[in-house]
Design a protein around this ligand. Structure first.
Ligand code: SF4
Ligand code: SF4
Length: 172
């Protein structure tokens, strides 16, 4: 049997679970939140009195795969990024979609390297937040020229990641 596009693309990606695309996942109900908490996942209250928010990077993500796939929340079941939708409609070839994912992962890896080089710990934070924290901490440290160059490199790398994620995965 031919593997589904979710099998082919999502299992090599994970960007909608690892904090690259989103900072959290909106849950449908308190029951859904409780079930995930029992599985050890971090849930935050949301401002709209909804079901709560599953914090990203999601603790259920192992490598690029969801380790609770049969029990994942509704929002995860229904989400399809732009790239996956376009691949399903035949608007993007599968090989081209794989390349886009690989390109995004490479650029994100570079951002993470720079964040660590600027002295920020390898905490589990959404990518953008982690990046902003690294920039704020290195600015506060009255940085010399080498750190200033590194900060500029991180800002440029993050801008390039955001453009790619917006255009290829989020749309618009
Ligand atoms: S970002 Fe898209 S391709 Fe990647 S795992 Fe999520 S739905 Fe799949
Ligand atoms: S529960 Fe699974 S599909 Fe949902 S964000 Fe976490 S790893 Fe991704």
């Amino acid at each position: 049997m031919k593997p589904s596009l979710t099998d082919t693309l999502c299992t090599r990606c994970g960007l909608c679970c690892d904090g690259s695309l989103f900072a959290d996942v909106e849950l449908a109900s308190g029951g859904e939140a409780s079930a995930l908490e029992v599985m050890g996942l971090e849930i935050e209250d949301d401002d709209d009195d909804g079901g709560g928010l599953l914090v990203q990077p999601c603790g259920a993500l192992k490598g690029t795969r969801c380790s609770i796939y049969p029990h994942r929340p509704d929002c995860c079941r229904t989400f399809k990024c732009r790239l996956l939708q376009e691949a399903e409609r035949g608007m993007v070839e599968v090989e081209r979609a794989k390349e886009k994912i690989a390109q995004a992962l490479r650029r994100i890896e570079r951002v993470k390297e720079l964040v660590v080089q600027l002295g920020t710990g390898a905490e589990r934070l959404p990518l953008k937040e982690h990046c902003l924290e690294a920039l704020a901490l290195s600015e506060a440290a009255a940085a010399g020229p080498a750190v200033k160059r590194k900060r500029a490199e991180l800002q440029a790398a993050m801008t390039s990641v955001e453009r790619l994620l917006q255009a290829a995965f989020l749309g618009g």
